[in-house]
Design a protein around this ligand. Structure first.
Ligand SMILES: Cc1cc2nc3c(=O)[nH]c(=O)nc-3n(C[C@H](O)[C@H](O)[C@H](O)COP(=O)(O)OP(=O)(O)OC[C@H]3O[C@@H](n4cnc5c(N)ncnc54)[C@H](O)[C@@H]3O)c2cc1C
Length: 412
């Protein structure tokens, strides 16, 4: 894969005195996004509404949305909005995290392409590499990943190693400066359009559990890798099985020290949970749609439905504030703490409540398509929320992390 050329007009870090104020920055961001995308229509048409909480699109639509998402990343990066709190040497602006959050809030006002296609590369892998990858690997890969010239997927889960990733069996054996990889990964989101994958493999023969594992950025397009999409209950095929049979990756693509794969994937998972937990208030958006549905079905006076909406909104708002506090309190490494598991749990719990209330209102209309707008589409929420409860760590695993690492409860 070609090494992306560093930007010639690279920004330089600004001192606090040179830095624009937050409101000036917000206005600058608003003007920039507005030149490229229309404002989101506050009163969206419910018939067009997508009730899925995971990207599950038919192939043609996925291709189109992917192209739009990549083009938008490049435009934003080239205009200096691609890595607001990232290092200037990689095209960032080294502004405080509050500026990056302000930019995200501005983007949410507009009908921008779906960032889910590049979320792993941009928001999870890039900060993980800043914490673990060598300077050379950072220099070679970060600008391209951040600008979406290169899209990455996550090659962690295996048929017998999901929640228990320390059971990973995919192995890499060294041949000179290259590692040769054999094994199988599964549930790899976006494998079919990614150019590289962050691979967890056992590099020390005979090692057990979380020792002897290493992480690599492996090229997906090579003879030793076969990607087989998995058709899901939802009808989509957004993730795949990945077979590695003599696949090759140079040692220069190792992320972190030899044997430090467990630390690398732990950082990755924390970023992933932080991203899911701060998922743009999708629960609050769906709560608004639930109110619309209840009104349309003339059951908005039902105290049971009102209770659910009140509870969901209160919990959603409280979770957003709590999550912001967790992020503000992160140590100087900036890596989100184990508390982010609580944010993910709160989000999925809220989505389950909304889904149950919609089922109660719609009855059989939830499962059968009567042709009436914005009714049967609610079943997408029920199907995809189960994926959200599982991906990035299941609810049970989140509860264990909160109990042991946040509350300090004993292991048994
Ligand atoms: C939408 C989606 C996208 C995904 N994308 C990716 C990806 O891009 N890359 C990737 O590598 N993986 C991905 N995954 C896989 C995901 O990380 C795993 O599905 C998840 O870690 C659970 O593993 P498993 O499916 O093997 O289930 P298992 O680990 O077998 O769990 C089965 C059940 O047992 C419970 N359980 C297991 N262990 C414990 C325990 N110790 N205590 C209590 N309960 C337990 C679980 O909570 C669950 O209910 C994705 C999954 C989904 C749903």
């Amino acid at each position: 894969m070609p090494t992306p050329a560093p930007s010639s007009s690279r920004p330089t870090a600004q001192t606090p005195a040179e830095r624009p104020g937050l409101s000036t920055f917000r206005a600058e961001a608003h003007a920039f996004v507005a030149t490229h995308h229309p404002l989101r229509d506050g009163a969206e048409s419910p018939s067009d509404a997508d009730f899925s909480v995971l990207p599950e699109k038919p192939a043609e639509l996925e291709r189109r949305e992917l192209a739009q998402a990549l083009a938008w990343r490049r435009t934003a990066y080239d205009a200096g909005f691609g890595w607001i709190d990232g290092p200037t040497r990689f095209g960032g602006r080294e502004l405080p995290a509050s500026y990056a959050a302000a930019y995200r809030d501005v983007e949410r006002l507009f009908d921008v392409p779906d960032e889910a296609y590049t979320r792993f590369s941009v928001a999870i892998l890039c900060p993980t590499m800043l914490s673990h990858a060598s300077d050379d690997l950072q220099r070679d890969m970060l600008p391209g990943l951040r600008r979406a010239d290169v899209v990455a997927c996550q090659l962690f889960s295996e048929p017998d190693a999901g929640s228990d990733m320390a059971s990973a069996r995919t192995r890499a054996r060294r041949e000179g400066d290259t590692w040769v990889v054999d094994g199988q990964k599964v549930w790899t989101s976006g494998a079919h359009y990614s150019q590289v994958g962050l691979l967890l493999a056992r590099t020390e023969a005979g090692s057990r559990r979380n020792a002897g594992l290493s992480a690599f950025l492996i090229d997906m397009d090579q003879p030793g890798i076969e990607v087989r999409p998995i058709r899901q209950l939802t009808g989509g095929a957004s993730f795949s099985e990945v077979f590695l049979d003599g696949a090759r990756v140079p040692d220069s693509r190792r992320v972190g020290d030899l044997g430090s794969g467990w630390q690398v994937i732990s950082t990755t998972m924390r970023y992933e949970r932080a991203i899911i937990g701060t998922d743009g208030g999708v629960d609050l958006l769906l709560a608004r749609r639930l109110v619309d549905l209840a009104r349309a079905r003339e059951c908005w006076d039902d105290p049971g439905i009102r209770d659910v909406v009140g509870e969901v909104v209160a919990r959603g708002r409280a979770t957003a504030l709590m999550t912001q506090r967790f992020l503000d309190d992160a140590d100087e490494s900036g890596v989100p703490g184990p508390e982010m598991s609580l944010s993910k749990l709160m989000l999925t719990d809220n989505l389950l409540r909304i889904s149950a209330a919609a089922q109660r209102i719609l009855g059989t209309g939830f499962a059968t398509d009567s042709g009436e707008a914005a009714t049967y589409a609610w079943h997408q929420l029920a199907l995809t929320v189960e994926g959200l409860r599982t991906g990035g760590g299941t609810d049970e695993i989140m509860r264990t992390i909160v109990a042991q690492r946040v509350l300090g409860l004993p292991r048994s």
